[in-house]
Design a protein around this ligand. Structure first.
Ligand code: PMP
Length: 315
């Protein structure tokens, strides 16, 4: 059974999922210059509330992605944030949900893909995505034989759809070679990130992660974890270039991102990380992040937008 919401938002209107269709000739080129966001909302059964995690920061990055890919900004970020909240309320979303706003150049079917100007079309879709935080599962990773795209090729710091062709090759290679996931080196041969997540490692009690000039996405989860590690755990966090072999000798390694949440790696290229179990700092960060996602113990309210799902039904 396909899981789709009752409504989505397309070019200013909430509409039934089935009614949002395009002609087949619009496929392909229209998406070359598209950009998107990946946002998550978490259901708290005790509060009977759905919380969107860091909506402001996600929509700020959406706007930066549009700017870099020269897409005209046709709706204000405030309008889009309102549309997201209204959509979740209309769909009566009472479960962990993934929200994906997508912007692409309108009428691209007949246009040269390199043309500027015109208008941007925007689609916002949602689908259920249960959390896997604190599942206790450790994942195997390899270092990919592919190289991460660099800033002068396509900007990895934003969510440009075409960037994901690079991540797709990486992910398919990892799967065919029997790994759960993969890490990618940048053109300098330093560790960048995964195809859809950033990477962090623990060495001698310090949290280390590639800095934002290492061909990585400017990740919102990475930023949240840096704040939590410093402010809640009192850890030293170092953002710097990371060598491949540092992964192999690290005490703990994990990937992080909206979809990845925290994905602990227990081996990289078949080197066992630490003692092969999920490490204590990884575990602690998972707990802290989980509390922030669900609004437990009032942790960081400015990182959450309450949707008001229950109120919407009462309205
Ligand atoms: N890197 C890439 C390439 C990604 O696609 C993602 C997922 N958006 C991340 C890192 C993590 O970013 P965020 O924490 O903002 O989801």
């Amino acid at each position: 059974m396909s899981q789709h919401p009752q409504y989505l938002w397309w070019n200013g209107k909430q509409m039934r999922w089935e009614d949002a269709t395009v002609h087949v000739t619009a496929l392909g080129w229209s998406t070359v210059g598209a950009i998107f966001e990946g946002i998550r909302a978490y259901w708290n059964p005790d509060h009977q509330e759905l919380y969107i995690f860091r909506l402001d920061e996600h929509m700020e990055r959406f706007e930066r992605s549009m700017k870099l890919m020269r897409l005209p900004v046709t709706y204000s970020m405030d309008e889009l944030k309102r549309a997201i909240v209204d959509l979740l309320r209309a769909n009566d979303s009472r479960e962990d949900t993934y929200i994906r706003p997508l912007a692409y150049r309108g009428g691209s079917g007949q246009r040269r893909f390199s043309e500027t100007g015109g208008t941007s079309e925007i689609l916002i879709n949602t689908h259920p995505m249960p959390t896997h935080l604190l599942s206790g599962r450790g994942y195997s990773a390899c270092v990919s034989s592919w190289t991460r795209i660099s800033d002068n090729v396509m900007p990895p710091r934003v969510k440009n759809i075409s960037n994901y062709r690079n991540g797709q090759l990486v992910g398919m290679e990892a799967e065919l070679n029997g790994y759960d996931t993969a890490l990618i080196l940048n053109t300098q041969g330093k560790v960048a990130e995964g195809g859809g997540a950033c990477v962090m490692l623990v060495r001698d009690g310090k949290l280390i992660t590639p800095d934002v000039t290492q061909s990585i996405l400017e990740s919102i989860t990475r930023d949240a974890l840096i704040v939590l590690a410093r402010q809640e755990l009192g850890l030293e966090v170092v953002e710097r270039a990371v060598d491949r072999t540092e992964l192999y000798i690290a005490d703990e390694v994990f990937m992080c991102g909206t979809a990845a949440e925290i994905t602990p790696l227990t081996s990289v290229d078949r080197y066992t990380i630490g003692n092969g179990e999920i490490g204590p700092i990884t575990r602690k960060l998972e707990e802290l992040l989980d509390d922030c996602f669900h609004g437990r113990s009032g942790a960081r309210p400015n990182w959450r937008t309450p949707v008001g799902v229950a109120a919407a039904v009462a309205d």
